[in-house]
Design a binder for this molecule. Structure first.
Ligand SMILES: NC(=O)c1ccc[n+]([C@@H]2O[C@H](COP(=O)([O-])OP(=O)(O)OC[C@H]3O[C@@H](n4cnc5c(N)ncnc54)[C@H](O)[C@@H]3O)[C@@H](O)[C@H]2O)c1
Ligand SMILES: [Zn+2]
Ligand SMILES: [Zn+2]
Length: 379
């Protein structure tokens, strides 16, 4: 099969690799129809993770089941399915509690597994023609009959729509709250969109990319251009000097000034200052325990100079981590099915899998207009 393979920093290639296949009776084999490039893939692409050469990338996958293992009971050949980026067993202590992003079985010795990702287990990604799906009865979200027609909406249930939603949940957001979102990338835009769906009174989105801020505005949010580093003042004046009721971090450890200079504590400390006393902060932007390529010594060891004194004095709360996609994907699917949500509005580019290399380069450059790339396989 053809697949996108990691070769080294800023080097990926489409190669012929052995076909994915059923390895355990609980697996299914999926013929990929759509697979996305994620901001998370860019951490690997830029050489800022430990991902090994030869890894097939891709954790935002959707396709058609073409073969089922002998122990699979629910999922059938022909089903159109969307796969959560997390691989989870369904029966460990964390999965039982709905915390499928922290499965204790799928990636032994660690909490959490995923397709095609550094430190997330031995699983190949879905930027390929075929994908092996473990614990398939638990992991497959079987889509309704409009699956093909709304493919670009449903494929976003694999990660960014539930992840954006998760950011608002981690922040403790309730109807009527004002919400500030740092980052107008795909995840930040989906956090803003989720906040709108949940009935926020005001959503503010901070970034320095005008094209992405324009999309935030289209979603109904107030864009804050932080090119001049005035975001905290702008947010305070938009919230009567109080700060937002809650905040979402949707950027992660490579957050930076508009000139590209990385400052690892920038978004976290801006959030502490821009969220009101007793407000909640939800962090879905990725932070790693180690980052040898970091700009400063602390960050190399995964540490931040965090404004803990202000955070404590303001009595704020913080929630972090990978999104438990399964906690949300079924209900968000229903919103898409009934026409109440159309997250595909943020997709800017639809390319054949064969052009994935071009997709990576342009999305990584955050080139004007390259907001979200979906790849079509088997066309
Ligand atoms: N927790 C999870 O489950 C999960 C899932 C998917 C993605 N992620 C992570 O979410 C983050 C965002 O992903 P994405 O796909 O939107 O990526 P992206 O890189 O396309 O978007 C990040 C955006 O943040 C902006 N930004 C950079 N520095 C900033 C700053 N100081 N202030 C405000 N905005 C700033 C960038 O301009 C960019 O538009 C990444 O770290 C990704 O790994 C986490
Ligand atoms: Zn992703
Ligand atoms: Zn589990």
């Amino acid at each position: 099969m053809k697949a996108l393979v990691y070769k080294g920093p800023r080097q990926v290639a489409i190669e012929n690799v052995p076909d994915a296949r059923i390895e355990k009776p609980t697996d299914v084999l999926v013929k990929i129809t759509t697979t996305n490039i994620c901001g998370s893939d860019l951490h690997m692409y830029e050489g800022r993770t430990s991902v090994e050469e030869g890894k097939i990338l891709g954790h935002e996958n959707m396709g058609i089941v073409i073969e089922v293992g002998s122990a699979v009971e629910r999922v059938k050949v022909g089903d159109r399915v969307c796969l959560p980026f997390n691989i989870s067993c369904g029966f460990c202590e964390n999965c039982e509690r709905g915390l499928t992003g922290f499965c204790l079985i799928a990636n032994p010795g660690n909490a959490g597994a995923a397709y095609g990702y550094a430190e997330m287990g031995p699983y190949s990604g879905g930027q390929a023609e075929l994908l092996r799906v473990p614990y398939a009865d638990f992991n497959c979200l079987v889509l309704p009959p409009d699956a093909e027609e709304k493919e670009n909406d449903y494929v976003l249930l694999s990660d960014i729509f539930p992840t954006g939603y998760h950011a608002t949940e981690l922040a403790g957001m309730k109807a009527g709250d004002s919400v500030v979102v740092f980052g107008a990338g795909p995840v930040g835009l989906m956090a803003a969109y989720s906040a709108m769906i949940k009935g926020a009174s005001k959503v503010i989105v901070v970034d320095h990319h005008k094209d992405r801020l324009a999309l935030a505005e289209k979603i109904g949010a107030i864009p804050v251009d932080n090119t001049d580093e005035s975001c905290v003042e702008q947010i305070m004046s938009l919230t009567d000097g109080q700060g937002a009721d809650c905040g979402c971090e949707c950027v992660g450890y490579q957050c930076h000034h508009h000139d590209g200079h990385e400052v690892p504590n920038l978004t976290m400390n801006n959030l502490v200052n821009a969220v009101r006393p007793t407000g909640g902060i939800g962090v879905v932007g990725v932070f790693n325990p180690e980052d040898p390529g970091a700009a400063d010594e602390l960050a190399k060891e995964g540490k931040l100079a965090f404004d803990f004194g202000t955070f404590f004095t303001k009595g704020q709360r913080i929630g972090t981590g990978q999104a438990n996609v399964k906690a949300y994907n079924r209900n968000l699917m229903k919103l898409i099915h009934t026409g109440r949500a159309k997250p595909s509005m943020i997709i800017s580019h639809e390319l054949p899998l064969e052009q994935a290399v071009e997709g990576y380069a342009n999305f990584d450059a955050r080139k004007d207009g390259w907001t979200k790339v979906v790849l079509k396989a088997g066309k």
